[in-house]
Design a protein around this ligand. Sequence first.
Ligand code: PTJ
Length: 246
Amino acid sequence: EEEIPEDHPRYQDLLTRHRIEQGVEKGITHLQGMHAEGRGSAFDYLLGEETIPSADEAERAAAAHLLLAERPVLSINGNVAALVPGEMVELADTVDADLEVNLFNRTPERIEAIADHLRAHGAEDVKGLEADARIPNLDHQRAKVDADGIHAADVVVVPLEDGDRAEALEAMGKTEIVIDLNPLSRSPQVAEVPIVDNIIRAVPNVTAHARTLADADESELRGIVEGFDREEALRAAEERIRSGEL
Ligand code: PTJ
């Protein structure tokens, strides 16, 4: 990461791309993750590569949900592990959540590599290795979850996947927080809290909000959760992307 000069106008984008390449080299990120990154990068460009106000509100609502949760879980795939391993560990510590590896292209080697990578970034307990439960009505590898992890969770953070797991989790009655730069992708469309922001900016900001709200009482947290308007957040993000105003 040393080679990219910090004053380069596209520093963050180049850094992100570099982390994904390194993730592929280390066996953490799937090759498909590079396509996912390319898609995300295009949307981020249109958003002005910044956290728009509606995303900041979503990040605050996400923090409130996580603080209210009994059993929050943060789901980790190969892109998330490459981009924000330490930041995910920090968020998990701040809101007392579990980290669970959940992969579309699931192999024992990648599961192990990602769990090791998270441990190297300070994670104590990483779930997803047992895979002793299933998400009903989902016929691919992402259905494999831990019975005491995602299966038992009340709030799940689902970053960077455009798919049908979000819907299946919703059918299980879980509250979902989705991080995805494309407001039209399926996961944010069904999420209770869609965060349309780059995960690199989103996760530290959710953690910052959670720290600010650490002493808030339950009624204040419920007020934040109830005051958040998911339709408005999706609309504002799409409008920003379509407006062409950077
Ligand atoms: O590691 P695995 O095996 O579980 O595979 C994971 C990938 C990412 C390959 C898989 O989930 C996939 O193909 O995802 P999609 O369908 O490309 O969806 C990824 C979504 O995340 C897209 O809507 C992108 O716009 C979005 N995205 C990509 N990078 C970022 C992002 N959103 C936020 N921040 C990013 N940095």
